[in-house]
Every structure is written in structure tokens, then in C-alpha cells.
Design a protein around this ligand. Structure first.
Ligand code: ADP
Length: 272
């Protein structure tokens, strides 16, 4: 009997532990969801007054100002834009987390997209004294089928980081099609600070920054690469990083971008 009683006690103890664990897991999950919802609502609510402030700054910039006033207005614009950038990052991440409507695939000119995006970053590369170059080797055609908005965002994040974390030298963007496949590889390489080997895995996680004092612009959310990774995975692709401390980093994105013409032909053939 004693054995049986102790057996029953064991079972009920185990059940209590499991029940406790389940409750803790549910609470943690609910907590995570509440936190994510709060972040989304807060970011959303912050965006409207922020754009109001930036709009007012725009108007003030067009009025006659003393040099001192101009400097203050400039500082307001730079900080306001940075804050807006962070708020947009948080919103984008929660949008992706929630599995918000995935961008549809369309035909676009990949070389045109990459060149335009790199062009938009030339001014900030120049300000930092960096040489920013781009090379595309897309073979027969640079017209591809894919998610152009996501690709723009990915490139913007990687090129922006490369500029931010490079003291001197160059940032190089290379786009090439892997021979006779639908696979396109995008490489963003810099001659910057590099990333310690034991951080290479974590930099793609939410809110991870190697060292806040370490980039030229020390402000950052640590969300850019988390967003990049989700966008790449959303396209069924892969992103990785190779880096040598003090030498530089190379981010490699590998995605499926079938040539637009070829796919049209294929569709026509399979429809026939
Ligand atoms: P953020 O740039 O806002 O800090 P990211 O998610 O884009 O956030 O990057 C995470 C961290 O990875 C950065 O804080 C930085 O430590 C490191 N990192 C990213 N890109 C580079 C790069 N090109 N060179 C060196 N470090 C980098």
C-alpha cells in the first residue's frame, strides 16, 4: 500500500510540475504577445506626432534664420529622422512577425534597382570619405521575378550598415547570377571594423548590437539585420556573414530570382 501511495504521489507531483510548466509557458507567450502589441501600438502612435515635428522643421528651414538657429533646426531634423527610422524599424519587424501580407512577386530590372539604391547612398558614403561601388553580372537579362520592395530594404540595411561601420576604405556591392540557375547572390563587402567571430551568429537576432560605442553613428536599434533576415527568409533565401576583425565584413544574400522572360516562356509552355 505504501508503495502504491508513493507511486500516486509521484504521479500527482509530476502532474503538478507539468501543469506549472505549462502555465509558465502560456504566461511567457502571453507576455511576449502583449509586449509585441505594445511596441506596435507605441510605434504607430509615435509616428504621427513625429512626422508633424519633421514637417514643421521643413517649414522652418525655408524661413530666414541666423546661423545659430540653422544649427538647432538641423539638429532637430537629424534626431527626428533617426527616431522616425527606429520607429519604422520596430513597425516593420512587428509587421513581419505578424506575417502581414507578403509582397507579391513581380518583374523588375534588378540591375536598375541595385544601381538606384547604391546611388541613393553615394552622398552618405562620400560624407564618410568612403568609395562606394557596384558591379552587376546578371548574364542574359537583368529582368527578374521577385519581391523588389523587400530587396530594396535588404540592400538599404546592408549598405547602410557597411557605411556606418567602416572608418575608411570602400564598400563594394556585387550582384551575380550563379551560372545556369535561378539563384542570384548579392554581396555587400566593406573594409570596416569587422565583427568578432563569437558574435557572427547573434547579429541577426532582434535588438542585438555588438558594441554601442563601435560604429560611426552609435545610434541604432539592432533591428536592421533581424528585419533583413526575415525578409530574405520570406523569399526562401539565405543570408550569412563572413568577417575578420579589423579587416572588414562581407554579407552574402542568396535568393531565387528567375529571369523574367524565361519564366514567361515557361508559363506559356505549361499553359499550352
Ligand atoms: P544596428 O545597425 O541598428 O545596430 P543591425 O541589426 O543592423 O543593427 O546590426 C546589428 C549589429 O551588427 C550592429 O550593431 C553591429 O554591431 C553589427 N554589424 C552589422 N553590420 C556590420 C558591418 N558591416 N560591420 C561591422 N559590424 C556590423
Amino acid at each position: 500500500d505504501a508503495v502504491f501511495v508513493s507511486y500516486l504521489r509521484d504521479i500527482s507531483d509530476r502532474y503538478a510540475v507539468e501543469e506549472e510548466l505549462r502555465r509558465a509557458r502560456d504566461n511567457a507567450l502571453a507576455g511576449e504577445r502583449a509586449k509585441a502589441a505594445l511596441l506596435t501600438v507605441m510605434s504607430h502612435e509615435m509616428r504621427t506626432p513625429l512626422t508633424g515635428i519633421l514637417g514643421a522643421v521643413d517649414v522652418l528651414e525655408d524661413t530666414p534664420l541666423t546661423d545659430g538657429q540653422k544649427r538647432y533646426i538641423d539638429a532637430m531634423r537629424v534626431s527626428g529622422e533617426l527616431l522616425l527610422h527606429h520607429v519604422n524599424d520596430i513597425l516593420e519587424l512587428s509587421r513581419l512577425e505578424a506575417g502581414a501580407s507578403v509582397e507579391s512577386v513581380s518583374a523588375f530590372d534588378m540591375e536598375g534597382l541595385v544601381t538606384a539604391l547604391v546611388g541613393s547612398q553615394q552622398a552618405s558614403a562620400q560624407r564618410a570619405g568612403l568609395d562606394l561601388s557596384v558591379h552587376c553580372y546578371l548574364g542574359e537579362t537583368s529582368h527578374v521575378l521577385g519581391q523588389s520592395r523587400a530587396l530594396q530594404q535588404i540592400l538599404l540595411n546592408l549598405v547602410g550598415n557597411a557605411i556606418k561601420f567602416t572608418e575608411e576604405g570602400a564598400v563594394m556591392v556585387d550582384v551575380c547570377r550563379i551560372d545556369d540557375t535561378d539563384q542570384v547572390e548579392i554581396q555587400v563587402a566593406d573594409t570596416g571594423k569587422g565583427i568578432p567571430a563569437d558574435h557572427l551568429e547573434q547579429i541577426f537576432d532582434d535588438f542585438v548590437r555588438v558594441d554601442a560605442s563601435y560604429g560611426r553613428v552609435s545610434e541604432g536599434t539592432g533591428l536592421g539585420l533581424a528585419i533583413t533576415k526575415r525578409l530574405v527568409q520570406g523569399m526562401g533565401g539565405r543570408v550569412s556573414c563572413e568577417s575578420e576583425l579589423g579587416e572588414g565584413s562581407t554579407f552574402i544574400v542568396s535568393v531565387n530570382l528567375p529571369p523574367a522572360e524565361a519564366t514567361k516562356e515557361t508559363n506559356a509552355r505549361s499553359a499550352a
